[in-house]
Design a protein around this ligand. Structure first.
Ligand code: PNS
Length: 163
C-alpha cells in the first residue's frame, strides 16, 4: 500500500496554536504530513518564507509525538506541489462560518485543476475557533498579549521582529 501523505498548506505568518492543533490531530490520520509554506502569496508577510518555515521547524521539533511531519516551502500552484510530493489529501482547518466561502472556492478550484487528491477539512477545536494569524500580528504590534494564541517560540520571533 502506498504511504498516505497529506499536505497542509498555508501562509503561516505566523504559525499559531490553531495550526498546531490541526497538525497534531491530522498526524494521527496520515502516515506523513508535509506542512507546506507558500512562497508566492499576495499577502504582505511579516516573516519571509524561510523564516516562517524555520519557525515551524522549531515548533514541531519541540513536540514529542510529531515525528511524521516535514516542513516544505512551495512556489506556484498548490495542485502542482501536491502532485509532486504524491499526497492523497490537502488538509485545511475550518473555523466557524467566516472561512467557509473562501475554503469552498479554493477546494472547488483545486478539484477542477487536479483530481489526484481530496481536500479534507478539520474543524478547528473549540478553543481555537478565534485564532487567526492576521489578528495575532495586529494585537502584537499594538502591544497586546498573544501568548495564548501562539507557541512560545513564535512569540519570541514576533518580539525580535518588533525590535
Ligand atoms: O494560510 P492561507 O493564506 O489561507 O493559505 C492559502 C494558500 C497558500 C493555501 C493558497 O493561497 C494557495 O494555495 N496558494 C498557492 C497558489 C495557488 O495554488 N493558488 C490557487 C488556489 S485556488
Amino acid at each position: 500500500m502506498s504511504k498516505k501523505i497529506a499536505v497542509y498548506p498555508g501562509t503561516f505568518d505566523p504559525f499559531t496554536f490553531g495550526h498546531l492543533d490541526v497538525v497534531r490531530r491530522a498526524s494521527k490520520l496520515f502516515e506523513k504530513i508535509f506542512i507546506s509554506v507558500a512562497e508566492n502569496n499576495n499577502k504582505n508577510s511579516l516573516f519571509s518564507v524561510n523564516e516562517r518555515s524555520n519557525i515551524i521547524k522549531e515548533v514541531i521539533s519541540n513536540e514529542e509525538k510529531l515525528n511524521n511531519i516535514e516542513i516544505k516551502t512551495f512556489n506556484g500552484l498548490l495542485v502542482d506541489h501536491v502532485n509532486e510530493v504524491g499526497a492523497v489529501a490537502v488538509l485545511r482547518g475550518l473555523r466557524a462560518l467566516s472561512d467557509f466561502e473562501y475554503e469552498f472556492q479554493m477546494a472547488g478550484i483545486n478539484a477542477r485543476l487536479s483530481n489526484e487528491f481530496e481536500t479534507i477539512f478539520l474543524m478547528a477545536s473549540e478553543n481555537q475557533q478565534f485564532v487567526a494569524s492576521r489578528l495575532v500580528k495586529e494585537i502584537h504590534s499594538l502591544g497586546g498579549d498573544v501568548s495564548s494564541f501562539v507557541p512560545r517560540i513564535v512569540l519570541s520571533h514576533l518580539e525580535s521582529k518588533k525590535k
